[in-house]
Design a protein around this ligand. Sequence first.
Ligand code: AMP
Length: 430
Amino acid sequence: MNTDPARVRLYPVIKAVRGTRDLFGEELGYKRWIEAAAGQVLEAAGAQEIETPILEEAPVFEKGVGPTSDVVQKEMYAFTDRGGRRLVLRPEGTAGVMRAFLEHGMKVRPAPVKLYYRGPMFRAERPQKGRYRQFYQVGYEAVGLSEPAVDAEAIALLVDLMKALGLQRFVLKLGTVGDPEDRRRYNAYLREVLLPHREALSEDSRVRLERNPLRILDSKDRGDQEVLARAGVRPLFDFLSEAAKAHYRAVKGALKALGVAFEEDPRLVRGLDYYVRTAFEIHHPDLGAQAALGGGGRYDGLTALLGGPSLPGVGWAVGTDRVILALKAEAIPAPPGPAPLLYLVPLDAEAVVEALVLAESLRPRLPVELAYTPRKPGKGIREAERRGARYVGFLGEGERARGTISVKDLVTGEQQELPREKLGSWLEAL
Ligand code: AMP
């Protein structure tokens, strides 16, 4: 397909919805590669793939992700269907996976139950580079154990995935958001120290001051960040329980033993409410404002919010679209798209069906394409080159009489005539 805008006449008919885009060619090649690499890395650690529906009942996220999160407050594509059900196009993967975990009684499996998923997510955000309304994630969840080693393993697997793709310039940030009681104490403290600065905060952060002051730390607003600096806000870490601090130390110790490099970020606040204790993000320096390639953390108790027993869990999600941007920034090429090994060129009308029959006899073992009307050899060669074929095969009157095909190697320029029935084994032997 020719996608060069200078050569394609674009008709302004119906376009993809704002914030969504069509994936094909190189872009889709990257995406499939990332997903395949994730499958390899995660299955080697015992994870099983799970595919949950894109449509979920709204409470899965209202309860799961949390009613004060930006995702639920402002970014969900929610609607009422014809049956009066409140449905949502999923904005993230974890809550739906945990809903499925409970629905199918996966708790009886040996812990931790490791699951991974991939697929589209939807958020009504302002589209920009690296931020879309339909975007793609690959995610991993390990449910059932609260041991810090499970956190460290999850983080190591995320780093393994980055490395499997050949990425080098990423940074792993590690922090801890404590337990809910720690955060309640910290939120009370934040309210106290920030209240005198209320007027200097952004409108969003004034709302956050009431609902969930911790979120203000995550604000992108310059003014908010100045207020935080001026107020000399102490880090959340100072408010953690001994148990939460010990957990954090154990995660760090395990990461060091694994040789996983990380930067501690005491200000790391994840956008979703369900995280406890461990929080982490992978950033890429070349991605500008949307620098987070992925992130995750521990989410003990999420299952209880969804109406099940309270189970510990830890996981992460990677933004496939942003990983693609990072791969491009590091000049890591997409895997080559499909190209024929052989391009068949009929030199007369009778040879068209001969070429088709020959192509079908070689497929699917060998990728073969053909021209469907007679061609002059020169034109046939140019077409073969445009399709990325290595060999071009000519079928004309002489070849028909002798039961052969003339094969030209487009790299070396060598040409030879082979019996047709030998063509397949000859190509395979190469
Ligand atoms: P989150 O579920 O918010 O923790 O996001 C995990 C990862 O998904 C982020 O680090 C991004 O790489 C990616 N992501 C989140 N929102 C978007 C978006 N609107 N467009 C593209 N990627 C996104």
